[in-house]
Design a protein around this ligand. Structure first.
Ligand code: DX5
Ligand code: ZN
Length: 222
């Protein structure tokens, strides 16, 4: 029986920045797939994070794909800079203040994978106009802006709806979840159809990062 491998992406937001090289090397020694980089403009979300330079430093430390999450009202302005800083895929929010279709097309025109994300209060049907033109849908399972928050169980319904929609409509986007992901919430999300698990504090704040990564790796759709 074919069992789909869950993609694991540690979120750099929770890393120890006083020892970033060591922290990244530690998670790289465990079986991870991507690095998730959060970008915040203190307008779309009430926090500031990461400049392209920080991502470029990460890229110099790793060969793993970089999954850039733009929590910005005007993401278009920084896409080129993040492409130059090593992004392999870039995700924007459906709630941003720009022409979402145009920005998604622009990301693909740079031979990158694109992605669209929605906040917890946003209805999933708001994504329908874009679902045939995206490589990934990121379901925020916390209110975006900070790491270390609690998982919102209600978001599982959105994952199931998207999984059903992509089957019914022959769409091939990946479903990614982000926020409050640990072994338990990760398993529930994978059961509902999630392919990619982003985890910040559960990995970077863990004593035994390898064990926590493995516990996410063990999340399989039964
Ligand atoms: C929050 C970010 C997440 C965050 C996840 O807005 O998009 O990537 O870093 O952190 P945890 O896993 O600690 O909730
Ligand atoms: Zn994120």
């Amino acid at each position: 029986m074919f069992v789909k491998k869950t993609i694991i992406a540690p979120s750099l937001l929770s890393a120890d920045f006083t020892h970033l090289e060591k922290a990244v090397a530690e998670v790289e020694r465990s079986d991870i797939d991507w690095h998730h980089v959060d970008v915040m403009d203190n307008h779309f979300v009430p926090n500031l994070a990461f400049s392209p330079d920080i991502q470029a430093f990460l890229e110099s430390l790793s060969d793993k794909p970089i999954d850039t999450h733009l929590m910005m009202s005007h993401p278009r302005s920084l896409i080129d800079a993040f492409v130059n800083a090593g992004s392999d895929r870039i995700t924007i929010h459906v709630e941003c203040e720009e022409n979402v279709s145009e920005v998604l097309k622009y990301i693909r025109s740079l031979s990158l994978k694109n992605g669209i994300s929605l906040k917890p209060k946003t209805d999933v049907t708001k994504l329908i106009p874009f679902l045939h033109d995206v490589d990934l849908v990121l379901v925020m399972t916390v209110e975006p802006g900070f790491g270390g928050q609690s998982f919102i169980p209600d978001m599982i319904k959105k994952i199931a709806w998207l999984d059903h929609y992509r089957i019914e409509n022959q769409c091939d986007f990946l479903i990614e979840v982000d926020g409050g992901i640990n072994a338990e919430s990760g398993k529930q999300c994978v059961e509902a159809g999630a392919d990619v698990l982003v985890a910040g504090s559960y990995i970077y704040k863990a004593e035994d990062k390898k064990a926590n990564i493995q516990s996410l790796r063990d999340s399989k759709k039964s």
